[in-house]
Design a protein around this ligand. Structure first.
Ligand code: 5GP
Length: 204
């Protein structure tokens, strides 16, 4: 396939929708996919590792990055800042890797503006009730934070109408298969593969 530059995928899903599990399964099976590590001012949760799960930085450092145009996008979520460091994403795309950004909806809309070729994927939880149950089960946040996250989730789900693909994480194995199918399909889109038509026509 003549598709030198990688494809940028933006994945949004309310926390508790199971996107982390889906993505880690997908990564096990794909060599050419790079996961962009975001920067955040949120404190690490138990078990989270700096530079692996996030670049955990303070507000000053975050503002400096924004001011120096170092962020591809950024947004506030539950009173913390989150952003995608631009440099690594550009580099990996230019090297031919597909890049996945796992970001919330405001950031996703900024990426769509700046990089219209990006493919936007939204993962829905089976229901709001189930989402609340999963957040409680995780046990890392208190009731107040869980209520805030459920409210944010509802607002995010309303944004899902403008994504390219909608997946539902009901059965994990189905969601993983669907996700893999979307990755493949997005790479075959005409806007990214026009060059193939030229190649066939020119090789008469
Ligand atoms: P969490 O605190 O649960 O890790 O993430 C909270 C939300 O922030 C999730 O919806 C996650 O996708 C989003 N998020 C993580 N990194 C970024 C980022 O770089 N930019 C934006 N806009 N959102 C992010």
């Amino acid at each position: 396939m003549t598709n030198e530059r990688g494809t940028l995928f933006v994945v949004s899903a309310p926390s508790g929708s199971g996107k982390g599990t889906i993505l880690s399964e997908v990564f096990k099976n794909s060599k050419n996919v790079f996961y962009s590590v975001s920067a955040t001012t949120r404190k690490p949760r138990p078990g989270e590792v700096d530079k692996v799960d996030y670049f955990f930085i303070d507000k000053d450092k975050f503002s400096n990055l924004v001011e120096s145009n170092g962020m591809l996008e950024y947004a506030t979520y539950c009173e913390n800042l989150y952003g995608t460091p631009r440099h690594e994403v550009e580099k990996k795309l230019n090297e031919g890797f597909d890049v996945i950004l796992e970001i919330e909806t405001n950031g996703a809309m900024q990426v769509r503006e700046k990089m219209p070729d990006a493919t936007l994927i939204f993962i829905l939880p089976p229901s709001i009730k189930e989402l609340r149950r999963r957040l409680k089960k995780r046990g890392t946040e208190n009731d107040d934070v869980i209520n805030k996250r459920v409210a944010e989730a509802e607002a995010e789900i309303r944004q899902a109408y403008s994504y390219d693909y909608i997946l539902m994480n009901n059965e994990l194995s189905d969601a993983i298969n669907d996700f893999t199918a979307v990755l493949r399909a997005a790479k075959l889109e005409n806007k990214k593969t026009k060059i193939l038509i030229d190649e066939v026509l020119n090789d008469a």
